[in-house]
Write a protein that binds this ligand. Structure first.
Ligand code: UD1
Length: 357
């Protein structure tokens, strides 16, 4: 059996790594294709090194562009490779543009697709990832879901039950494996950054960062909060560009850094008093780590992080954000529990499903 993995953007890498390892342990022939959607060393290379992913067999170097351009470039560049390689399965991950682009090409070439992290829905089509999720699931032969809500969404869309396999959360496999190594980073990180008690912040969704009218008050509120507890903000390239244009001044306790590596970021999540984010993956990682998470989005495609975990939706309500931070600082943060099948063995289950499908 020959399996080809398609990865492109930062959140794909930690999902592909355990699946690649589980299939390698079973002697499956594998190819790894990087679309090049993320290309900075800090957004890509460092993840390959820390996660133990092999060098990609091909890099399509698509780079940045509008959604249409990026999707179309992946499609154009991956087609000849798929025609040449004719894998038995193509594995696509999550909800980024590279995922939907590869799925579209495979569907036309009649190459079987397995979607890892299938079935998630925010029910908000203003979010580009929601379009990517719907289209990728509609085209996939195997739908590998992380949680029961994923199965329910697919059932209600009329997907045949035989295509759905609840395997659990593969990103948590990587977290379970690498948490001890991340923990080794903590003493130096804490010393170098000069912090031990802090809020960790990530923001990169277009809906939060593209419009200065939205971004400016968020940053000002967080700068205010930093008078009470330091705020550590590793800045995504999209957000860095927006902040440069806005030219906002922030106090020293509001600390901006370059994007961080997987191990450093994991250590900083583990030790944070709280995390404020608009990322999907961070909502899940904080739930696993038992760290309160305040999500700057009106909805989430990962509702189990609210029902079971430590997540609270804040939307763009900055009064609610201040109140939630007050609660956490007063020791009333959510503790939560770990959802079912977030046990570090999802990739093993994926490998088993693939080998028997
Ligand atoms: C993409 C995903 C998003 C995911 C995020 C994680 C889609 C639709 N979005 O968003 O779901 O949460 O990755 O980071 O696929 N840039 C660089 N260097 C890089 C990559 C990007 O400078 O290595 C800059 C470019 O200016 C680019 C912008 O960031 O235009 C946005 O990159 P892009 O890949 O289009 O989307 P993300 O916002 O990263």
């Amino acid at each position: 059996m020959k399996v080809l993995h398609v990865v492109g953007a930062r959140p794909n890498f930690m999902k592909a790594a355990p699946v690649h390892a589980a299939l390698a342990a079973r002697g499956v022939e594998q190819l790894l294709v990087h679309t090049g959607q993320h290309y900075d060393a800090a957004m890509s290379d460092v993840f390959f090194t820390e996660l133990g992913l092999p060098e990609p067999d091909a890099n399509l170097n698509v780079g940045s562009g509008s959604h249409t351009v990026q999707t179309a470039e992946v499609m154009k560049r991956i087609e000849p490779l798929l025609v040449e390689q004719r894998p038995d399965w193509v594995l696509v991950y999550g909800d980024v543009n590279s995922t939907v682009a590869a799925a579209l090409v495979c569907a036309k070439l009649r190459i079987r697709i397995a979607h890892v992290e299938a079935g998630l829905r925010s029910f908000d089509r203003s979010m580009p990832e929601e379009i990517n999720r719907i289209v990728t699931d509609a085209l996939s032969d195997l739908l590998l879901t992380p949680s029961a809500d994923g199965d329910e969404n697919l059932h209600s869309e009329g997907v045949d039950a035989s295509r759905i396999h609840r395997v659990g959360n593969v990103m948590i496999d990587t977290l379970v494996r690498l948490l001890p190594r991340a923990e080794e980073r903590w003493p130096n990180l804490s010393r170098d950054l000069g912090i031990d008690r802090y809020i960790l912040l990530t923001l990169h969704r277009p809906s939060n960062v593209d419009d200065p009218e939205t971004l400016r008050p968020i940053v000002e509120t967080l700068a205010d909060i930093s008078a009470r507890i330091p705020v550590l903000f590793p800045v995504h390239p999209r957000t860095a560009e927006a902040l440069r244009k806005m030219n906002v001044q922030t106090p020293p306790a509001f600390k901006l850094t370059e994007p961080l590596s997987y191990l450093d970021f994991t250590a900083l999540q583990q030790h944070a008093t709280a995390v404020i984010t608009d990322s999907g993956g961070v909502q899940e990682e904080t739930t696993f780590l038992g760290v309160p998470c305040l999500t700057m989005r009106p909805n989430t495609e990962r509702p189990v992080t609210i029902a079971v975990g430590t997540n609270t939706l804040i939307g763009n309500d900055l009064v609610a954000l201040r109140a939630a931070v007050d609660d956490i600082l007063a020791g009333r943060g959510r503790r939560g529990a770990i959802p079912e099948l977030w046990d570090g063995r999802a990739a093993e289950r994926i490998a088993d499903v693939l080998l028997t499908s």
